[in-house]
Design a protein around this ligand. Sequence first.
Ligand SMILES: [Zn+2]
Length: 166
Amino acid sequence: MRLELERKLIERWPTWFDVNGSLQQTLMPFGCEHGDGWFNLLWRLCEDLEPLVAKYEKQTGHRFQVVQVKEKFGGLRFYVANANDVIRQRIELAELESLKSCELCGKPGRRRIDGWINVLCDEMPTEEQHLAQRRRNECPQLRRSGTKPGDSGSAQTASVNRADAI
Ligand SMILES: [Zn+2]
């Protein structure tokens, strides 16, 4: 994911993402290892976790930490240290949701298996295009609409532009 998007998460939840931590304790120095399309999903997850984490930390005195965020087998993986079942259940929901969201633009997508397994929207028709887009970490959907995930209201803007085009 672009650094700029990662920074938004880190600034908002500085104690959760230890990007300067030791690699023996956290893999966050590698950043979020997936496409930009899941940014909104991550943001919503973190917002939902906030009260749960506050309660957990107050009860246990432990500090909640996100230790790795990446794509695996097409889905989001959000690994944490020091958490309870309620927190883990909310994370599981987000991981399931990622299986229906294009990793590159965030629009509704489905799992594709062609060498790589990825969740992509229908804007990526062929394997070749898919691989090229994946290398650039960009969905054609974004180029057409001229917006990027993380921009305010990008989803709405993208769909309006699309409707105009049709
Ligand atoms: Zn897409």
